[in-house]
Design a protein around this ligand. Sequence first.
Ligand code: DGY
Length: 327
Amino acid sequence: MPDRPHTRPAVLVARAIFPETVQRLRAHFDVEDNPDDVEWSREELIQRLQGKAGALLTGTQRIDDELLRACPQLRIVANMTVGFNNFDLAALDAHGVVGTNTPDVLTETTADFGFALLLAAARRVTESERYLRAGCWTRWSYDLFAGAEVHGTTLGILGMGRIGQAIARRGAHGFGMRVLYHNRTRLDARIEAECRATYVSKDELLQASDHLVLVLPYTPQNHHIIGAAELAQMKPTAVLVNIARGGIVDDAALADALRTRRIAAAGLDVFEGEPAVHPGLLEVPNVVLTPHIASATVRTRRAMADLAADNLIAFLTEGRALTPVNA
Ligand code: DGY
């Protein structure tokens, strides 16, 4: 019997993800995946993308003109992340390739983690745990790991998208905080009221915040938006939290500000050049460091993988991506 004509599109799943999600893709496509999570070089990624109409990515693979030229059959790149700074949007548009991300499904989970870092840094959770584990705890004392108050203080949010708003709601409704925010555009009054958040200038935000949480997307304009000059404007008692992207903060300047106690503490989930971490940050005790896990609950990561897969399925079978980031 002659072979059936081979018409199913081919897709690449570039990193290990939930086997159930890969199975769902196999119902529609010829799938090449990476179950052993091998670290492919860019050249290898390009080679594996040959003949593929779609790719499920994890936000770490740069998709630019050079790659798209080398992969002319590629029609959709689906990130399993809400951030999409790995996409050169102009190049995607020029090559007629759709990029997608995973908004909404991770908003509340990521906001929870922003608060976890804020609380851990302000209340010196990891620093005191290290002390206890090292056998240093011999008796109670009045100022042992006395940290910064959280409830009733002023929470600043830089970047007031979905995650920023979810953090504002936690601060205002859960912790009785005064919430200030700065954003490229001011939110409409209904959302401001719901989040109990007040729009201020960036300078005012830096100067007035007891806790400043960064939740803005990485763009070239936002590169080092928090550097030495901005840290110098913050209260010496302030806590800085970055759950956005490395590169938004000048990590060398931050390490210096933490070492000299220019600010009190920081909680960082993202780093310039991650997974490498600036050595100055590893040396100071007053920073909580986590390996880019703000969205990492089992349920949320599964929802992110499934939404990325659904984008591939919807686009390659019906011509309509669910959550496109370009036209
Ligand atoms: C995102 O979704 O952009 C998060 O940073 C997880 O990688």
